[in-house]
Design a protein around this ligand. Structure first.
Ligand code: APR
Ligand code: ZN
Length: 379
């Protein structure tokens, strides 16, 4: 029996409050309204940003909420006026969607649409209502997507059609972590062949940055992490050296500056800690280093910057989602994965069913995983 036009009852991992475990509930997912799309979520990566929201590090997050923002799935039904996809199409959900009409979307160097929910965390569809409920009580969505559920509804702009043959349990990572690390290296920093790079934090985002540094032709790629169990994988993916700051008798930026005879050409912070951002900036060459911030800090934190770090000639920049214009660029990334140019499988440490979501988060919190992918929908 077709579910089109009807409420779907399905399982979702609901978050009820800060720092509380996920609860698997049977929620109700209303049909898509005009210019909305209902999607069966097939795979969803667990990203540190979800934990950030849960931990109270993001402004505005409201409960109850269905978190998750790194997902791939299949279109179940579409609302009136939707022409870009049809039922059965395979899609990546876009946590940084683009309306393609606002000033930011129209600017060639920006992907940060004024209608996205990044940092605002309104947690609702564009019409300011929700399609999720549980026993009559409204549940919020997250980052225009909500992927820790068997079915979700998104606004039309938060979706991008992909090749039906693409492996969902890998390409879901293009929805956030992979693109964030990979794109900042290639699109924002534009790493040049023969250069020296230093990547702080070797999680899903840092490892993706390492992969991109290698593809860009960097000859030295130094990985920095306080968890040395990450080093084997980091070297497989491209790091030429790895350093644990805990093993060093000097501040890490002095160590990197010595190792690179004056500082790296490019630095990347993939953790979200302002003190590490300061170290990353100082680890780049004082005269021409390019310092790039990728990690998202607690919203109350502030970076303390000695302006001289920049006046000597360094560049400091940040990017969201690797500066990819997601609706336009993601299908190409999927093609690169399918052509074997990008090994996303190397980033997936575990695949778990949705009901094991708390185990998946513990693996991330305990530093046991690069990425855990939830295989979301059983049906
Ligand atoms: N110095 C060096 N490495 C550190 C430090 C530190 N002070 N603190 C943490 N790390 C390392 C961890 O050991 C881990 O390997 O940073 C890595 C972070 O990886 P994940 O937890 O997998 O996080 P990830 O999903 O990659 O996200 C990183 O980007 O989008 C943001 O919100 C996200 O801010 C987070 C960051
Ligand atoms: Zn826009």
């Amino acid at each position: 029996m077709s579910s089109v036009g009807k409420v779907i009852k399905c399982r979702a991992a609901v978050s009820y409050d800060f720092k509380k475990p996920f609860v698997i509930e049977e929620i109700e997912v209303a049909p898509p309204k005009a210019h909305e799309i209902r999607v069966k979520v097939c795979a969803s990566g667990i990203c540190h940003t979800d934990d950030h929201a849960l931990g109270g590090g993001m402004a505005g997050v409201k409960f109850p909420v269905v978190l998750g923002h790194e997902g791939a799935g299949i279109v179940e039904s579409v609302g009136e006026g939707v022409f870009k996809v049809q039922p059965g199409d395979h899609v990546i959900l876009l946590c940084s969607p683009m309306c393609m009409k606002c000033k930011a979307c129209l600017h060639e160097d920006s992907n940060f649409c004024e209608k996205n929910d990044v940092g605002k965390n309104v947690g609702l569809m564009l019409d300011k209502t929700s399609r999720f409920s549980l026993k009559g009580k409204m549940i919020h969505n997250f980052m225009s997507t909500s992927t820790f559920t068997e079915y979700t509804v998104v606004d039309e702009f938060a979706i991008c059609r992909i090749d039906k043959a693409a492996p969902m349990d890998q390409v879901c990572l293009i929805g956030c972590g992979f693109s964030t690390g990979f794109g900042t290296v290639l699109n924002t920093a534009k790493v040049k062949p023969g250069s020296t790079c230093v990547v702080f934090g070797l999680g899903g985002i840092g490892m993706s940055a390492v992969m991109a540094c290698k593809i860009a032709g960097a000859t030295r790629i130094i990985g920095v992490d306080i968890n040395p169990t990450k080093f084997t994988k980091a070297k497989e993916l491209g790091c030429t050296e790895c350093v644990d700051p805990k093993d060093c008798s000097k501040p890490i930026h002095e160590v990197i500056t010595e190792m690179t005879n004056g500082g790296a050409d490019y630095g990347f912070e993939c953790i979200g800690k302002v003190d590490v951002m300061a170290s990353m900036i100082q680890s780049t060459n004082y005269a021409y280093g390019s310092a790039n911030i990728i990690g998202v800090p607690n919203y109350t934190d502030r970076l303390s910057l000695d302006v001289m770090w920049l006046l000597t000639g360094r560049t400091l920049q940040g990017a969201f989602l690797g500066d990819y214009k997601a609706p336009l660029d993601f299908p190409g990334l999927v093609s690169d994965v399918m052509a074997g140019k990008i090994d996303l499988n190397a980033l997936v440490s575990y695949r778990l069913p949705l009901e094991n979501i708390n185990e998946g988060f513990d693996l991330m919190r305990n530093g046991k995983t690069i990425r855990t992918v939830l295989l979301t929908c059983k049906k």
